[in-house]
Design a protein around this ligand. Structure first.
Ligand code: AMP
Ligand code: MG
Length: 401
């Protein structure tokens, strides 16, 4: 049996990054930058006021207070978006709004709360050091600086930063398309009636969700009967449309587990027993140059295996720096009994309190108990050799949401 780490390494070593594309800024959301992002201008581009108030010379107002107000001549008003046409000289002030460029001559802004207007004059009620309430040009980002490196995922903050830098088009790694195939004669669609012996296909839905959540594009290729020719056709017909396939079911040792035979015939496939629970039987390889993950059929096995193998592979394809879910330490609040021999991914509810994550199992942990994934927000990873655990034990958890 392979350990999860060994299987993951074999998978990831065989995955290459997709091409770069240049996209309009908004379409880069959820993708990763293909180039370092170097600032072409300062942010902010000019010294500007951080407050509504008066732009003054600090020397004029040193020592000002409510009792010893300093009177200055007001030159006019400067809203954001405009530049001053006059310089602020000694004994003078310009009424300035947040974001307006600091006028020549001034070095300090006195907030309006520390002033009193008096006709064409203003009384300054507080002395502040030079530079107060001024945002310096380049204080956020300096022109020429590398702000984000290649591989940075573009989220809301990165979109805003790229907009500030004037990047209307962005070079990123292309979004991967994952073709999803559910196999099994017992499966009916979500809008079909259940009949004796039939269950509804849930795997193609959970997989759709996980692909989307990984930032890739899911393509449901439907439910395929346990018929080798049908499966073969579905894969071959879609080779050009997808970057990767995910199948569920048919990879264990049952008589009807024909996925193995088809995959073995179509490409270079490995059939692995991975030392994990759930999710022991897995197939992975390449067909026509496209990676194919043959996940087990049980609904929880699909999700846990996807998390450990498919998600990191999709993220590697899409050029992400960070392939894995965050893992942190947690304290077990309830006992856990288990068989050793395989790493176990227990679905848990993780909550942060008293300075630590605390976890409890969601309830029954069978590989068909999909509700455990609905209730849980994390997976507690119990190493192969760890048996029963008592409350208070420390466990590593993978945060899923
Ligand atoms: P298999 O690996 O094909 O033997 O499937 C293992 C278990 O998972 C069986 O109980 C199947 O009925 C169930 N199963 C397989 N595919 C799906 C699916 N798409 N949705 C829900 N359950 C499934
Ligand atoms: Mg099956």
């Amino acid at each position: 049996m392979l350990s999860v780490e060994e299987a993951r390494k074999l998978v990831l070593d065989s995955i290459s990054r997709l091409e770069e594309v240049e996209l309009p800024l908004l379409e880069a959301l959820g993708l990763s930058l293909a180039q370092d992002s170097v600032a072409s201008n300062h942010i902010p581009p000019f010294d500007n006021s951080a407050m509504d108030g008066y732009a003054v010379q600090a020397g004029d107002i040193a020592g000002a207070s409510a009792e010893k107000a300093v009177e200055l001549e007001v030159l006019g008003d400067l809203p954001a978006g405009y530049t001053a046409d006059a310089e602020v000289g000694e004994g003078q002030a310009l009424r300035i709004m947040t974001g307006a460029p600091l006028p020549d001559g001034a070095d300090t802004v006195i907030p309006v709360e520390s002033t009193r207007a008096a006709g064409g004059k203003v009384l300054i009620l507080e002395g502040l050091p030079a530079g107060s309430h001024v945002r310096k040009a380049g204080e956020d980002v300096k022109a020429g600086e590398t702000v984000m490196v290649a591989g940075t995922p573009v989220g809301p903050a990165e979109l805003g930063m790229l907009a500030s830098l004037g990047c209307a088009r962005v070079r990123c790694f292309r979004r991967a398309v994952a073709g999803i195939i559910a196999t099994g004669d017992e499966l009916v669609g979500v809008d079909e009636e259940l009949a004796p012996g039939k269950i509804r296909d849930s795997n193609s839905y959970t997989t759709y969700g996980m692909v989307r959540e990984a930032g890739a594009e899911p393509l449901r290729l439907g439910v395929v009967r346990d018929d080798a020719a049908l499966l073969e056709r579905t894969i071959l017909d879609n080779l050009d449309r997808v970057d990767l396939f995910v199948t569920s079911g048919g990879v264990s040792v049952g008589d009807y587990d024909m996925v193995k035979d088809v995959l073995g015939k179509l490409g270079e496939m490995n059939f692995w027993k991975v030392a994990m629970r759930p999710g022991k039987p897995q197939a992975f390889g390449h067909i026509g140059g496209k990676p194919l993950f043959g996940l087990p059929g049980n609904p929880v096995s699909v999700m846990v295996s996807f998390e450990q193998f498919v998600r990191p592979a999709l993220r590697k394809m899409m050029g992400c720096m960070e392939l894995f879910r965050p893992e942190v330490s947690a304290v077990l609040d309830t006992p856990l009994g288990r068989k050793t021999g395989r790493a176990e991914y227990i679905r848990v509810v993780a909550q942060w309190h008293d300075g630590a994550y605390h976890v409890r199992a969601t309830g029954p942990q069978g590989s068909g108990i999909l509700r455990s994934m609905v209730l849980g927000n994390a997976l507690a990873i119990l190493p192969e050799d760890v048996g029963r655990l008592e409350p208070g034990a420390e466990v590593t958890i993978q945060l899923l949401r």
